[in-house]
Design a protein around this ligand. Structure first.
Ligand code: CA
Length: 218
């Protein structure tokens, strides 16, 4: 799951990013509206956390432009002004949710997860395949009924493979989904993560390598 935070209060942006990364999400940060809009147009995010009061380009304009460009990412708007009028304005601009500041991180996290579930190709709340069960809400993974502990990246890779419903997922697509924009596309992080993930899931192997194409759980 990939998330963009557009927030000019750097400490707040960094704290949100840290929290979401702990949950295994790939998180990019942007600190002004113009840069944020550009990132949201270039990359495919599941959820954009958008501050309303932003330098260079107001959050309302960012939201309007995203929708005008057909970006399907779910947008959750943050604003200091907890007034009904602001909330209504945000929603009519195409935001999917609205959270007044200050907020508890757990509430933001719950809303991000709820929005991601609503987004895109209706993802089932719990993913199951080949004896593997993954619950995105509780972060729990089981193999044949046995609990498996995964690192955030391993969790993200497994989630992407299960969500593809048996189709091959390329290493590039996994990089895009699970890592953020700072990762070197030529690094072998995907291969290494697949290796450790296979170890943790145990025998018989559930992740298949399709040479020259990617990986799948069939
Ligand atoms: Ca702000």
């Amino acid at each position: 799951m990939r998330v963009l935070i557009i927030e000019d209060e750097r400490d707040l942006a960094a704290a949100i990013a840290r929290g979401l990364r702990r949950d295994g999400m790939a998180v990019d940060e942007s600190h002004d509206g113009e840069d944020g809009l550009e990132k949201a147009l270039i990359n495919e995010y599941d959820v954009v956390i958008l501050d309303r009061n932003l330098p260079r380009l107001h959050g309302d304009e960012v939201c309007r432009s995203l929708r005008a460009e057909g970006v399907t990412a779910r947008v959750i708007m943050l604003t200091a002004a907890a007034e009904v009028a602001d909330r209504v304005a945000g929603l009519t601009l195409g935001a999917d949710d609205y959270l007044p500041k200050p907020f508890a991180f757990d509430e933001l996290r719950a809303r991000v997860l709820a929005l991601a579930r609503r987004g895109g190709a209706a993802r089932p709340p719990v993913l199951k395949r080949a004896g593997v069960r993954l619950d995105p809400a509780t972060r729990e993974v089981q193999r044949d009924g046995r609990r498996v502990e995964l690192s955030p990246k391993e969790f993200g890779v497994l989630e992407a493979l299960l969500a593809s419903d048996g189709a091959v997922v390329s290493a590039e697509a996994l990089l895009e989904r699970v890592w953020d924009e700072h990762v070197d596309p030529f690094s072998n992080v995907v291969r290494v993560t697949i290796m450790t993930l296979r170890k943790r899931l145990g025998e018989p192997a559930v992740i298949e390598t399709v040479v020259g194409a990617g990986y799948r759980v069939s």
